[in-house]
Design a binder for this molecule. Structure first.
Ligand SMILES: C[S@@+](CC[C@H](N)C(=O)[O-])C[C@H]1O[C@@H](n2cnc3c(N)ncnc32)[C@H](O)[C@@H]1O
Length: 222
């Protein structure tokens, strides 16, 4: 059974403001995402951990003929996505896990944004990457955004993040959140993320984006 990080109550209802505050350049990354995948021939897109639908909204706006399947285990998150995206016939939103999806359908591209760092590196990360790989066509791109780095990188990049945060954040909340990132989230060094992807039948991923502790990666199914 896959590990699930459930987002509920304030964490779900405040999510969109939270990411704007806490991830410098989040909007830029999201806006450019469809451009990054625009030369993908097979427009059957799987959005894993789609949350409130932030990445799907961008693909829906992009006018690139995507057929989109979003999957997320948190009811309060995916219900927000359903409300936002109700009018789009090319978007299907499923409350559940990748393992709930049939392996008969092979997608042409996949995104996994801000999910992997919630899963421990005890088989859970590898399991999710493998579940995804089993549902992809050969050469399909996988784009990830994840908190990545070794402990030294994390300390330095958390200082950078602190400097970039909005001035009006509550001081106690800010301190708690920084400590939670450093001590409770399951970020891994860049080399380890590369190993995990390769073990799960992806090419060695390329880091194409970074904003403080958050790194953007692209790889392709072997
Ligand atoms: C930080 S949010 C990211 C949402 C969206 N991708 C974005 O960038 O705005 C993390 C999401 O991952 C979902 N999640 C947690 N465990 C998961 C799992 N094992 N597989 C897929 N999604 C998961 C949560 O329900 C939550 O909606």
């Amino acid at each position: 059974m896959s590990k699930v990080e459930i987002f509920e109550k304030e964490r779900a209802s405040n999510y969109n403001q939270f990411v704007e505050d806490w991830i410098p350049n989040y909007s830029y990354f999201m806006e450019k995402l469809p451009k990054l995948l625009s030369d993908t021939d097979n427009k059957d897109l799987l959005v894993v951990g789609c949350g409130t639908g932030n990445e799907i909204v961008q693909f829906a706006k992009a006018d690139q003929d995507w057929k989109i399947t979003g999957v997320d285990p948190s009811p309060e998150m995916i219900n927000q996505a359903k409300e936002r995206l109700a009018k789009h016939e090319n978007i299907k939103l499923i409350e559940g896990l990748v393992s709930d999806l049939s392996q008969d359908r092979k997608y042409g591209a996949v995104t996994l944004l801000l999910v992997l760092h919630f899963l421990e590196d005890n088989g859970q990360k590898l399991d999710l990457l493998r579940q995804i790989a089993q549902r992809l066509k050969t050469e399909a791109p996988l784009v990830m955004l994840d908190i990545t780095g070794d402990q030294k990188q994390m300390k330095t990049n958390l200082k950078v993040l602190k400097q970039l945060l909005p001035n009006n954040l509550d001081k106690d909340l800010l301190q708690n959140r920084l400590q939670r990132i450093e001590n409770d989230l399951h970020y891994v060094p860049e080399e380890r993320l590369m190993e995990l992807c390769q073990e799960a039948s992806f090419e060695r991923p390329i880091r194409f984006f970074q904003t403080s502790i958050y790194m953007g990666w692209i790889t392709w199914k072997k």
